[in-house]
Write a protein that binds this ligand. Structure first.
Ligand SMILES: [Zn+2]
Length: 114
């Protein structure tokens, strides 16, 4: 499962940053997850919660901010957003040629520590 390696990388980074700054426990971790990133939020939650035990992030909660997909049509040049995981066609002209502008994010945005 892809989310396990993502959660592990996230956890490693959180723990490293926390220890480097001299903190002993993590309260919460906020991440931006684009809907087109290929990461399923529920699966990431599950993996994070399974991996965090026995670490200094053991009591932390993961807060996921899902980012909608935004794209620009290459044909009619209009921009559109969707809450779907995939974009199949432009909603204005039905073209399938478009450029994804947003929604591939996978970013650690904030760590709250005690
Ligand atoms: Zn279009």
């Amino acid at each position: 499962m892809h989310e396990v390696s993502v959660a592990q990388a996230l956890l490693d980074k959180v723990i490293e940053e926390c220890l480097n700054s001299g903190y002993k426990s993590v309260r919460s971790v906020k991440v931006d997850i684009g809907r087109a990133s290929g990461v399923v939020s529920d699966a990431l939650f599950f993996a994070y919660n399974a991996l965090k035990s026995d670490t200094i992030a053991g009591e932390s909660s993961l807060i996921i901010n899902e980012i909608d997909i935004a794209a620009r049509c290459d044909d009619c040049q209009k921009e559109f957003t969707t809450q779907e995981k995939y974009v199949y066609e432009c909603p204005f002209c039905s073209s399938w040629r478009f450029t994804i502008l947003k929604g591939k994010e996978l970013n650690l945005i904030e760590i709250e520590v005690d």
